[in-house]
Design a protein around this ligand. Sequence first.
Ligand code: ZN
Ligand code: ZN
Ligand code: ZN
Length: 382
Amino acid sequence: MATVSLKQDPAVLSARLDRAAATAADANLDALLITPGSDLQYLLGVRGESFERLSTLVLPAAGSEAAPVLVLPKLEAPGYHDVPADDLGVEVVTWVDGEDPHALVADLLRRERQPSRVGVADVMPALHALPLQAAVGGEQALAGPVLRELRMRKDPSEVEALRTAGAAIDRVHARMAEFLTAGRTEAQVGADIAAAIVEEGHTEADFVIVGSAANGASPHHALSDRVIERGDVVVVDIGGPIPSGYNSDCTRTYAVGEPSQPDVRDTYAVLQAAQQAAVQAVRPGATAESIDAAAREPIAAAGFGREFIHRTGHGIGLDVHEEPYVVAGNRLELEPGMAFSIEPGIYQEGRWGARIEDIVIVTEDGVDSVNEQPHELVVLPA
Ligand code: ZN
Ligand code: ZN
Ligand code: ZN
């Protein structure tokens, strides 16, 4: 996988580093260790990739005099040339084979005093997390909760990126009649969709779900060699990253010719109403769980409560699934800039399934959807 990199305004990155350092201090952490992944991309503009050789950002919590340090294997350093290290006041320290990078990081962490609590990136490989724990000592915690506080609230440039990604995946759905016809396998349809995802502006197709007939009743079914038949209902859930690293994720449900199952139209209408009700419930101050309830209530009232077998949605940004999760028990109050999916589904096991998914963004006084394809059951020519 290519290293995703986007030259970003150093002022934006600098503010993020400061806020991460401050939030780490609030969380009683002495420092954060951020290995390659979406958190690193958020802070430095470069995603990087973890290997058996350690690459990590060592970010001291606010209150420390020490500068942040990007520790890299010397041979990986060129992949980070887009990091505006000088502008950010980030020191770059490289190491070569034969040196112990975990001891190097431990020494950096002890520049002022022995750290008592260090936050490690959620995605740090155990290959590095365990040796670091042994070398650093003290307590280790996940850095995820710190980064989540920042990443959950998208700034205007991130919102714009999500809109660009949403428009790109909308264009793929708008072309569905080109790909999805009776007589083709899900895998053939999926291969064409994957190519279209790239043609319409993504760097890759991250996931392609084509769930026809009974396969549509399995929410994370991907692709199979099942041949699509006239009258099938087909769940198409697709997405991927655009060059800035922000992701699309959009589901529409199609019928290939008039649906052959007699209950499809009425059941789909329940789902469509539920999805719309949940979107309309989104506004600042509403809790994440209240949005889940808004989707669930009409589905349960129609007798399909047991057929809606997953949470209503997930946050999205540099990761396809991130905070905030739209799920029962999440009392988080929504704020402007939060972005997440609204994707209820009704799954008739062994028969057919349907899901409708939009990515929405909380605005100052309500909600905006980045996806604008029609929500009705789309009947394609068979
Ligand atoms: Zn999913
Ligand atoms: Zn999806
Ligand atoms: Zn989704």
